[in-house]
Design a protein around this ligand. Structure first.
Ligand code: CP
Length: 305
């Protein structure tokens, strides 16, 4: 593939190949000297038109560990602020001949819009509510490690603000492809319209949803995307949907707890659970570097058809 736009473009075999490639880079990340010359001479632009800590930093670290040159552009420091369009901004960046652009943008479809117009690779680092493929890949890789590669028959609960979540959408596609059963749980107002037609079991009652789950992923309540009037009463929300160690007693013993970050502690996940041994939140961050190294490597060294 020239681009990574969403999980739906990948086959099951390609997912497993990405996890195996990430495993190779994960081992390199644990060496005293972490830099390898694999992408020497390649350049990658990190174009983030929305805030990010994990995705932007880990793409930057990933590129640098592979010896690619990385360049950052943010919305507030770019001429988007002066009204330049996304298309003109992208064509300007491409004129500098990078090998790939990593894009985060608030509009669903923004990454595809660029990919259709640019010759260089485009990696989607999150577009609106649509997709966050590298987040799904790092979540999948984290559980691939936890479960020694055995996904078939596992049940994964994704909990919280599903309506606004690109992470939930990309993870649903990926875990279904890997043979898992996926559950969504949240208040009806934070479940997407038409969700009953999606390949997922839908719950509103957290204590039922968590029953015998093999893993639970909490989502951030996206307070900045609630202009649509869906924002619940926060005290009521945390009373009904904040995941606690007591809820996890109904899940499979030791079931990992994931959160893509940033976490609203005490709102969607209790602080005690976030720091508990079964929380793999920081493993997800470490996986993120390895998975993004894998994706930069696979996209930038692909053979043209
Ligand atoms: N999980 C995630 O995308 O985090 P950032 O917004 O910090 O990149």
């Amino acid at each position: 593939h020239k681009d990574l736009l969403d999980i739906s473009q990948l086959s099951r075999d390609e997912l497993l190949h990405i996890f195996n490639t990430a495993q190779y880079f994960r081992e390199i990340n644990e060496r005293p000297v972490k830099k390898v010359p694999t992408l020497k001479g390649k350049s990658v632009v990190l174009f983030f038109a929305e805030p990010s800590t994990r995705t932007k930093t880990s793409f930057d670290v990933a590129g640098k560990r592979l010896s690619a040159d990385t360049f950052s552009l943010s919305k507030s420091m770019s001429s988007l602020q002066k009204g330049e369009s996304l298309r003109d901004t992208a064509l300007t960046l491409q004129a500098m001949n990078p090998d790939a652009i990593v894009l985060r943008h608030s509009v669903s479809g923004a990454a595809k819009f660029l990919a259709d117009r640019l010759d260089c690779g485009v990696l989607n680092a999150g577009d609106g509510r649509h997709a966050h493929p590298t987040q799904a890949l790092l979540d999948g890789y984290t559980l691939w490690e936890q479960w020694a590669g055995e996904f078939a028959g596992k049940t994964i609960l994704i909990l919280g603000d599903i309506a606004h979540s690109r992470v939930a959408r990309s993870n649903l596609i990926m875990f279904n492809l890997l043979g898992c059963k996926v559950r969504f749980c949240g208040p009806r107002t934070l479940l997407p319209p038409g969700v009953d037609q999606w390949p997922v079991e839908v719950y509103s009652d957290l204590s039922r949803a968590v029953q015998d789950a093999d893993a639970v992923m909490c989502l951030r309540l996206q307070l900045e995307r609630q202009q649509d009037g869906l924002l619940p009463d926060l005290r009521e929300y945390s009373r009904m949907y904040c995941l606690t160690p007591q809820h996890m007693e109904a899940a499979k013993p030791g079931a990992p707890v994931l959160h893509p970050g940033p976490m609203n502690r005490g709102l969607e996940i209790s602080s005690v659970l976030a720091d508990a041994p079964q929380s793999v939140v920081l493993d997800q961050v470490a996986s993120g570097v390895a998975v993004r190294m894998a994706m930069l490597f696979l996209i930038l060294t692909r053979k043209e058809a």
